[in-house]
Design a binder for this molecule. Structure first.
Ligand SMILES: Cc1cc2nc3c(=O)[nH]c(=O)nc-3n(C[C@H](O)[C@H](O)[C@H](O)COP(=O)(O)O)c2cc1C
Length: 245
């Protein structure tokens, strides 16, 4: 249809990489693409740490719940929501930044997510592969200390970038009517969407595991949300200066 749309629709996460570092040109293209993402009021409330040091990568792989590809990828990016720079900008004008509001947490988290996704697309356009790593929020305080992040900065997720050493299946998504509602939200579309997707994912897991895996999307969601998830995040964010007023 169009090379950009083909690229977007061809996405799949890569979890096995060749041990090839990224060139400076590749890094620059990826980061500069990230920087051109839209940003709430142009506040650009994010920073990204590019980790190439083998020891740091090894430790981050462990902190992310022993995800070996963090260590193996060419470049590990840690995407951080960043209110620290904004505080400095305010201080330049004698203003005590009011950062303790949910809104500041939200806009910085949205800003970093948009930048990261631009980086992901740029990397894939260069023939590289990526996988996001939310696993770094297993141990956010240790990641913060390791990367020397100041207060008012928090690691939102990591991203492995590198030369793919696998050709994984594309993971099917919910049907479009499940996520796209014309004019008003259509609750009546939801149950059928789950039903259809459960069938799609049952077939996908069955094929991918050579018949060993028998589960569905809704089953996995029900297992995931039967328990609290990373309940330490609230206290950690409070500690880093992200407030919930
Ligand atoms: C914010 C975020 C965090 C993620 N964290 C992890 C992770 O820690 N480990 C991992 O292997 N995949 C992680 N993923 C990848 C998702 O599992 C993956 O994108 C999803 O299953 C869809 O598969 P696909 O990207 O291959 O299409 C994460 C994705 C996102 C967006």
């Amino acid at each position: 249809m169009n090379p950009t749309i083909d690229l977007l629709q061809g996405h799949r996460s890569i979890r096995k990489f060749k041990p090839t570092p990224l060139s400076d040109e590749q890094k620059q293209a990826i980061i500069q693409s990230a920087q051109m993402a839209s940003s709430s009021s142009n506040i650009q409330a994010y920073s990204v740490i590019g980790v190439t040091d083998p020891e740091l990568k090894k430790e981050l792989a462990r902190l992310a719940g022993n995800q070996s590809y963090v260590e193996e990828c060419g470049l590990f990016l840690v995407w951080c929501a960043d209110l620290y720079r904004l505080q400095q900008a305010c201080a330049k004008h004698g203003v005590d930044m009011q950062h303790q509001y949910v809104e500041s947490f939200l806009v910085s988290t949205v800003d970093v997510s948009l930048a990261a996704q631009n980086a992901a697309v740029a990397a894939e356009a260069l023939g590289l592969g990526i996988v996001y790593i939310g696993g770094i929020r297993q141990n956010p305080a240790a990641v913060t200390e390791l990367l020397k992040l100041p207060k008012l900065v928090y690691p939102v997720f990591g991203m492995c970038v590198g030369v793919p050493d696998q050709e994984p299946f594309h993971r099917p998504r919910l049907s479009t009517p499940s996520v796209y509602h014309e004019n008003t939200y259509q609750p009546s579309q939801i149950a059928q969407g789950i039903e259809d997707y459960d069938q799609t994912m049952r077939d996908y897991y069955h094929e991918r595991s050579g018949g060993k895996m028998d589960t569905t999307w809704s089953k996995q969601i029900s297992e995931k949300y039967a328990h609290p998830s990373r309940a330490h995040m609230r206290a950690f964010l409070d500690d880093q200066g992200f407030g919930f007023e």
